[in-house]
Design a protein around this ligand. Structure first.
Ligand code: NAG
Ligand code: NAG
Length: 537
């Protein structure tokens, strides 16, 4: 958990480490009996000279480094449905040109750590929520040098788990976190701990993906859309020039570029929650009352589990989802492993609520989704499933269909032998997830099976495609604000209320205005999100 470069609390730890990693040790003389002793002595002399040269270089370099502060830090806590993850991001501020106004992240010094359970599990004990963050903040304090703490922002953004809670309860949970964050030593304001909307989460992920691809700031048609299949929700975000109903239309401005994004989060359609809903649907055919259902204990067909699986083999825990109380295999299910049946059941689930459609077409539930334009990145459970089946990322869908068909009709005891390193609960999901992905991407979103525009990945060139990274980038690309918000320097009374009376750094006007500009950009993104132009007639 603690990497070697976690020694950051040493005041000069950074520069010394940098020196230690960039300067290779002098070559050691190889002692070989075949070699003449003179030659060996010559090598030793050379080695000694090299060592001396390195020592001089070190002496020249080290005392100068502490003046130049090479890194700044940002701390982002992603409070998800199954756990909270802290990201400690080391970066260098952008240089002057707008094209490079994005922070340059130093991945070697960037790290994250996750703690379970998620904040939503503290609904009945909000006070415990704050305490659950303590190890994460401890981790962040070890990674950020103490002299940088006061200039390091810590933000907490909560997603699906808290979104599903009653608003007052969610606020109590956040309040308990705020107490801890205020005392963390990092820079913090109460409104930096929030529940973000699904569309914001999608937009941050889109920003992270395009940052990683180097297309953030480029023309709209050069950007890449993103589809995330999480445990609780699915997010779809991409640039489109198609007319959008206002509630799906989001404008994002980055430097000179303005992006018209479709972004929507489909709550309850994430893989784990969908799996539970599918079993609910299969086990309650027609209008059979709960009572008769329990009395008869009639078995129901479960096409999404390979034959031979029997829950009598002991309690099988599925990977945790938001619906933590329900994550056990249903005892009355009769596993009949059939990919095409499972796929059509998944499709029924994806189309549920369609009768309430208010648009000319609803592809997923009652939500509008335009044709997918351009290139796409499919992340999270798309990636995990693709990796499990060892698919090449280009003809992803047709390969997944073949692999899923084979897996679903397989015999459970053979599957268990083939995938020894997986536990039963994990294995159990893959027949469903392969069928669900085909139903979602092909049957629902109309992506052709041989489509090569979709890349399945969780990272690009070592950069994780993670919405928390996108949120961080938005905070740090402060220079862009001026272009977007000419009156940004004026502080309105409203702003005063929103920011709270924070007596931080009043002797350093510079810092305050920077912090304000960062805040402005976050606000602008929010504002952009609500800047919906109804192009529908
Ligand atoms: C960006 O901000 C930094 C720090 O405030 C400043 O030095 C730099 O000139 C700015 N660049 C632009 C393009 O405004
Ligand atoms: C799977 O189900 C479909 C549709 O019900 C059926 O046509 C097909 O024969 C089944 N396949 C197997 C292997 O049982």
């Amino acid at each position: 958990m603690r990497r070697p470069n976690a020694r950051a609390h040493h005041p000069r730890g950074e520069s010394q480490e940098a020196a230690a990693t960039t300067l290779a040790p002098p070559p050691r003389p190889t002692i070989s009996s075949a070699m003449g002793s003179r030659r060996a002595r010559g090598r030793r002399l050379l080695a000694a000279l090299l060592a001396a040269a390195f020592a001089v270089a070190l002496l020249l370099l080290v005392p100068r480094s502490p003046r130049r502060r090479p890194h700044e830090y940002g701390v982002v806590i992603d409070a998800g449905s199954t756990g909270s993850r802290v990201h400690v991001i080391a970066y260098r501020s952008s240089s002057s040109s707008p094209a490079s106004a994005l922070p340059r992240i130093d991945w070697a010094r960037t790290a994250s750590m996750k703690a379970a359970p998620g904040l939503s599990s503290f609904a009945s004990d909000p006070g415990g929520a704050g305490r659950s963050l303590a190890p994460l903040l401890e981790f962040a304090r070890r990674r950020v040098p103490p002299e940088s703490w006061a200039e390091t922002d810590v933000r907490l953004m909560a997603t699906a788990g808290l979104r599903l809670l009653d608003a007052a309860v969610a606020e109590a949970v956040l309040d308990s976190c705020r107490v801890l964050l205020r005392g963390s030593g990092f820079q913090f304001q109460d409104d930096w701990a929030t529940v973000i909307s699904g569309a914001e989460e999608g937009m941050y992920a889109w920003i992270a993906a395009n940052y990683a691809l180097g297309t953030l700031g480029d023309d709209s048609q050069d950007t890449t859309g993103i589809i995330e299949l999480g445990g609780a929700s699915v997010q779809v975000t991409f640039v489109t020039d198609k007319p959008l109903p206002p509630e799906f239309s989001h404008t994002l401005k980055f430097g000179d570029a303005t992006y018209n994004l479709y972004s929507h989060s489909f709550l309850q359609l994430g893989q784990n929650v969908a799996y539970e809903s599918l079993h609910d649907m299969l086990s309650t055919p027609g209008h059979k009352s709960m009572a008769t259902h329990l009395i008869s204990q009639a078995k129901y067909r479960d096409p999404c589990t390979p034959r031979g699986f029997s829950p009598m083999e002991g309690a099988v825990k599925l990977p945790a989802s938001v619906l933590e109380s329900k994550v056990e295999y249903r005892p009355y299910a009769h596993a009949v492993g059939n990919f095409s049946e499972c796929r059509s059941a998944a499709l029924t689930l994806l189309q549920k609520g369609r009768e309430e459609c208010r648009y000319h077409e609803c592809r997923m539930g009652a939500a509008f989704v335009p044709d997918l334009d351009g290139k796409f990145l499919a992340t999270e459970n798309f990636y995990h499933t693709s990796k499990f089946f060892r698919l090449r990322s280009k003809s992803f869908l047709s390969d997944l269909m073949l692999a899923g068909e084979k897996f679903c009709r397989g015999d459970w005891s053979k599957i268990k032998k083939e995938y020894r390193s997986f536990n039963e609960g994990e294995l159990l999901l893959f027949c469903f997830s392969s069928a669900y992905i085909v139903a979602l991407l092909h049957d629902t979103l109309k992506v052709p099976l041989d489509d090569k525009r979709i890349d399945v990945a969780n990272q690009i060139g070592g950069v994780p495609v993670d919405w928390a990274l996108g949120a961080f980038i938005v905070q740090k690309a402060s220079n862009q604000t001026d272009m977007l918000h000419p009156e940004g320097e004026k502080i309105s009374p409203e702003d005063g209320i929103r920011h709270g009376e924070r007596p931080v750094h009043h002797n350093q006007g510079e810092t305050m205005s920077l912090a304000r500009r960062r805040w402005d950009l976050v606000e602008l993104l929010r504002w952009g999100a609500s800047d919906r132009v109804c192009k529908f007639s």
